[in-house]
Design a binder for this molecule. Sequence first.
Ligand SMILES: [Zn+2]
Ligand SMILES: [Zn+2]
Length: 264
Amino acid sequence: MNLPRTDYHIHTHYLGCANSTMTIPEIIQECQSFGVTSLAITDHLNTPEQIPLHLKIRQELEQLEAEIEIFFGVELNFTRCDGDFVFSQEIKDKIGFQFAIGGIHTTYLEQYDLKKLVEIQHRHHLKTCLHPLVDVLVHPYWFGKGEFDRNNWPWFDSMKAIPISYIRELGQVARETGTAIEINSSANLSNFRFSHQYVEEYLEFLAILNEEKVCFSLCSDAHSREKLKTVQTSWQVAEKLGLPSERIWKPPVKSFVKKDQVRN
Ligand SMILES: [Zn+2]
Ligand SMILES: [Zn+2]
């Protein structure tokens, strides 16, 4: 199989959520060492105060020399339950983001209720797909374990809680809106917080989305250098699912750092 070796979800040290090993030159060097041919920097944009940090990333990318394709994206999060993203066409143009990925990052529950938890996730997944400026839905059914531990809630460790009708609906809406869905290694597939059973069930979830003919974005979501390699798990899953290369998402623009320009 010759599927694209891409990683379109990577964090840097700039926003402070990734550690100091995640400088842009180190990310590129590490990715090249195991065969990534195209990558994107996609740091968080959760509040307007973070906008100047993205300008710094952009400035660094503009100075860059690299032999692989590099894109400049952004990861969006909801401001509250049923809220919006901190994003607009104006912000996109002003900062020069080439694309946006986004999704829900918390349960928005006050009391544990599994049915409600799944319903809130599903609702936000659909809302993300329907957003005209979002290209990729991030890590569906990833949760931060800290939120569960703090509240003494049973951990989310089975994808069986999700009705098949939700999965089919997500697939249909993603396909119709042209939104890709992530096959995210460090959040979902090789996250030590999740059991072997969750991962097995996650593969079944992806297989149903594949039946609905959605596009998938392969990514590590790395916040530290050693996690970059986990993207290989996403590549393996894409092969196992038998994805045709035309359903593996690529940013709909030219690389920010041009290969041939750099080689001169
Ligand atoms: Zn995220
Ligand atoms: Zn992320």
